[in-house]
Design a protein around this ligand. Structure first.
Ligand code: ADP
Length: 447
């Protein structure tokens, strides 16, 4: 500031000195006026320079970058320019830091498995993450400032908003929901700030499906147990109230034994399933020999065939190369015998069942059961491994089926890294195969 005064005074002195050379009084006065005028011209020139630079910088929309170089100005204007530049730099730095924090925060919300939508006081979308866009079919750019009620038109959501009670959530179908592939969303609104709302959405399709499956499962088990129980209690009542001939009593007791056996088989299958679901995956260090497994299956199949098809079925076993499979012997036997017994049970008398074990060219091991039974229509194939899914209910029950056999096979296959394949056509028999990965199969070297 002192410099400014010094320059001003120097201008006056030089002007006044020169003027006094021309004429003592008027010359001095004119010289002083000229000196101050020259100072004012220079001063205004530098100020204009500074203002022009500030105007240019003000129009700059890229923080952190200056579009024009700072003017080199003398004296106080130079200091003003320098201090302004530093202020601008500090402000830009803070803005960039704030922006980076906001970006990180938004990236974290983007990564959230839940849909997040920020609504203003009027219920218009201010921002939404990618998951919310997928849940509701929003376009994150185009739908900004659109009213949420115009985009989410589900009646349940509308009445949820209208009620203005956001203590709980509401379930609505997702935008990608179709009758074949329903998608269920749980939507919850939370108030925050000045009448703003945070909308959270969660895909609950899998949870709902699991809940529906649990309900179906309980209903199925109850139904399966109720039938033999009703028969049993009927016979018990008859035995208690009537005096029966020995032959009738023996017949009734045999029927009762059959029903209790049915319940026992069902409970055993249920326990097997729950063990399969609850236990850790089998270790690769336990090995089961294929010849022993097939021999056990053959024995059981022949006994079952003698019982169900007294006039005969052609049953063939081809044990193939002697191998070992890494896994739990009991589980492997359960899976294999389920497939073999199904073939025997569903193939009519005179039909054939062919069971084989083979090593494929790529080292995979394959257990295959082919029968000449009724075959299966294509629409049933994807659902066969569901618990209690049966095509021929009466045949299944007559032959002691529980509807859980193929579910057990699928679980065992999964636990051993194997693949269950079902090929069948109505009237052309069926072929069920379990293909084990090469890493789980080894040849037994002859001694
Ligand atoms: P189930 O105890 O009823 O046999 P599974 O889970 O073993 O239950 O089989 C499911 C259904 O698949 C059976 O009810 C039957 O309708 C059908 N199925 C299974 N194996 C065969 C087969 N070899 N031939 C024809 N249908 C079969």
């Amino acid at each position: 500031m002192i410099n400014r005064w010094l320059v001003f005074i120097t201008c006056m002195l030089v002007g006044g000195g020169l003027g006094s050379l021309v004429g003592l009084r008027t010359g001095l006065a004119l010289g002083l006026a000229l000196g101050s005028f020259i100072w004012l011209v220079f001063d205004s020139f530098w100020l204009a320079h500074l203002l022009r630079w500030l105007r240019v910088e003000q129009s700059n929309e890229t923080p952190g970058v200056m579009i024009s170089p700072m003017p080199k100005l003398p004296g106080v204007w130079g200091e003003v320019a320098d201090r302004t530049r530093r202020l601008l730099k500090n402000r830009d730095h803070q803005w960039l830091e704030g922006q980076a924090r906001l970006d990180e925060f938004l990236a974290a919300i983007q990564a959230s498995p839940s849909g997040v939508v920020l609504l203003d006081a009027q219920g218009r979308i201010e921002w939404c993450n990618q998951t919310a866009s997928e849940h509701f079919g929003f376009d994150a750019q185009r739908d900004v400032m659109q009213h949420i009620a115009n985009l989410v038109r589900d009646p349940a959501f509308k009445s949820y908003v209208a009620l203005n009670d956001f203590s709980g959530d509401v379930s609505i179908p997702g935008s990608a929901s179709t009758p074949a592939r329903p998608v269920k969303l749980s939507v919850h609104l939370h108030s925050y700030g000045k009448n703003r709302k945070l909308l959270l959405s969660r895909d609950i399709t899998a949870v709902e499906l699991a809940e529906a499956m649990r309900r179906d499962f309980v209903a199925n088990v109850s139904h399966e147990i109720r039938t033999p129980l009703t028969v049993l209690s009927g016979f018990i009542e008859t035995l208690q109230t009537l005096t029966l001939k020995d032959a009738d009593r023996v017949r009734y007791l045999a029927l009762m034994a059959q029903q209790s056996q049915r319940m026992q088989t069902l409970v055993n299958d249920l326990l097997t399933l729950s063990r399969l679901e609850g236990s850790p995956f089998p270790h690769i260090s336990d090995w089961a020999t294929t010849s022993a497994l097939l021999a056990q299956c053959e024995q059981e199949a022949r006994a079952l065939s003698a019982l169900l098809a007294p006039h005969g079925q052609k049953i063939e076993f081809e044990s193939g190369p002697a191998c070992e499979i890494a896994g739990v012997q009991a589980e492997l036997y359960s899976a294999m015998s389920n497939l073999v017994n199904n073939a025997v049970r569903y193939t009519p008398e005179g039909g054939s069942v062919h069971v084989s074990w083979s090593l494929l060219a790529d080292g995979h091991g394959q257990f295959k059961v082919r029968d000449s039974g009724p075959g299966i229509a294509p629409e049933h194939l994807p659902r066969l491994t569901e618990r209690f899914y049966r095509i021929d209910r009466s045949r299944s029950r007559e032959t002691g089926g529980t509807g859980l056999g193929l579910a057990i096979v699928k679980h065992v296959a999964q636990r051993h890294g194997a693949e269950l394949l079902i090929e069948s056509q109505p009237g052309q028999g069926s072929c069920f195969s379990i293909t084990f990965p090469a890493a789980r199969v080894r040849l037994i070297q002859a001694a």
